[in-house]
Design a binder for this molecule. Structure first.
Ligand code: BES
Ligand code: MN
Ligand code: MN
Length: 465
């Protein structure tokens, strides 16, 4: 008799459905990884669009009621939803389908957009950040829908501009407050300590970007004819940039630390309880010594302290051999990672004022302020965090360790500001997945572990209502 009821007839366990379909799940991910959806470079614009379309098709295939491509003045946002019952709680899943540029190409063992599995790891640009991780959500959704076992409503929003600062997503949130109504945001775009030590990031650093142009003489000069008598903008830029840190690794911009929230002794103790082996860390990175702000541990330096880093510096002659030139201009790109309660606009302004004030009269300095994002701290006692912790306990057999992530996902602060929603960062990457670097990888194991864990989050979260 029971067999006549379609719901029961098709009732299958999540794990059964997952193991029956796991090869296809992986194949489908490889298909997405073959699309070079590089958001920063306009030559990939059509590929980015093609990737958005592929994501939309996957949402429909997973069983979403609707899925659409929402154009923006930049790259499109893909949005889909499955409303089981409006009375049930709703999870808003966020991820990104755009990727970082793949250069330097010559350092990749296999092509960045020709995914290859070696030693149980998927090598491709975006395998971990974030196609592999966002795709786990699409597949987890498929698992729950196809087994008639979705315990809540799901809205899913996958954007194409995360790697360039999510400039159009803020407006999308503003314009679609009603449509995006949910109880929590769930994001897999961060990392864990290891599979043996599962962890959940409970914070992200903010970011503010600046570009510098230093101009000296009105044209490139012979460095013998003029050298020593006219300021070299490259020499000056190096000197100015070097002065931004003191001998203790502190940033010298006046007021830079004014709003930094210092941790209490107890919070610092907790943060440093996370398993961390300094020798292993150095060995893995091929460095003899770590560097950083005096008085703080490596975990504190990446988790709760702000930074200032050159991301690029150029000018003058870069070709083969040598050229005795005194260049007319020098350039640099700098980003600063921010922590609570620093604000990107304030820090950008402090930087600009300071940098202009230390510029010597022999050169002209121009500072242009770029994109930014606010730092966030996510609660570790909310029902959503507890549901995530329970989900991990279920599939890893261990309680997750709360950590503070060093990376930034600028939109997370806006989920709270615009939609009033807290975020859970349920990431499955590893710090050594080479995100933004050559040979980015994602372990097949982590991919499947994510698909296995995510449905439990939905279940436990829904049960907490
Ligand atoms: N997924 C990363 C952020 C991340 C990585 C958080 C690892 C925690 C651990 C994201 O795609 C990213 O790279 N964000 C950029 C921000 C940006 C370009 C505005 C970043 O952190 O540099
Ligand atoms: Mn990412
Ligand atoms: Mn990234």
């Amino acid at each position: 008799m029971l067999l006549l009821c379609p719901k029961i007839k098709h009732m299958q366990s999540w794990s059964e459905y997952q193991s029956e379909n796991k090869d296809r799940f992986l194949d489908e991910l490889l298909g997405l990884l073959r699309i070079p959806s590089v958001s920063a470079d306009s030559k990939y614009k059509d590929d980015v669009k093609r990737c958005a379309e592929a994501v939309k098709e996957h949402l429909l295939k997973a069983g979403c009621d609707t899925a659409e491509i929402c154009p923006t003045s930049g790259h499109p946002i893909v949005y889909g939803e499955k409303i089981t019952n409006p009375a049930l709680p709703t999870i808003l899943v966020y991820g990104h389908y755009d990727v970082q540029p793949p250069d330097p190409l010559n350092l990749w063992v296999s092509g960045p957009f020709e995914p290859e599995i070696r030693d149980g790891k998927i090598y491709a640009r975006g395998s971990c950040d974030d196609k592999g991780q966002m795709f786990m959500h699409i597949k987890a959704l498929e698992v729950m829908i196809k087994t008639n076992n979705l315990p809540c409503n799901v809205k899913i929003m996958i954007e194409g501009e995360e790697e360039v600062g999510s400039n159009n997503l803020g407006k999308f949130l503003e314009d679609n407050k009603e449509k995006l109504k949910a109880n929590v945001v769930l994001v897999s775009d961060t990392s864990m300590i290891s599979m043996e030590h599962p962890s959940i990031e409970s914070g992200l650093r903010g970011l503010t970007a600046v570009e510098i142009e230093v101009t000296g003489p009105n044209r490139d000069l012979h460095s013998g004819v003029y050298g020593g008598a006219v300021a070299n903008p490259l020499n000056m830029l190096c000197k100015l940039v070097a002065s931004l840190h003191d001998e203790n690794g502190h940033i010298t911009i006046p007021g830079f630390y004014n709003d930094v929230l210092e941790l209490t002794a107890a919070e610092r103790k907790d943060l440093n309880m996370a398993p961390f082996d300094l020798d292993e860390y150095k060995q893995e990175l091929g460095i003899k010594e770590v560097w950083g702000e005096k008085g703080y541990t490596t975990l504190e330096r990446t988790g709760v302290r702000p930074t200032l880093d050159l991301n690029g510096i150029w000018g003058g002659y870069q070709g083969e051999g040598s050229k005795t030139v005194l260049p007319s201009k020098a350039f640099a790109k700098i980003t600063m990672r921010l922590v609570p309660n620093q604000r990107p606009a304030v820090i950008g302004e402090l930087f600009q004022k300071h940098f202009e004030s230390i510029a010597p009269g022999c050169v002209t300095v121009k500072v242009t302020r770029g994109h930014g994002g606010e730092p966030v701290v996510t609660p570790t006692d909310s029902p959503a965090y507890l549901a995530a912790a329970r989900a991990i306990k279920t599939t890893f057999g261990k309680d997750p360790i709360p950590t503070r992530g060093g990376g930034s996902i600028p939109i997370v602060a806006l989920f709270e500001k615009t939609l009033g929603l807290k975020t859970v960062l349920l990431g499955f990457g590893l710090d050594n997945d080479n995100i933004h670097s050559p040979n980015e990888k994602y372990d097949v194991f982590n991919f499947y572990k994510g698909i296995e864990t995510i449905p439990y989050f939905h279940k436990y979260f829904a049960e907490s209502f």
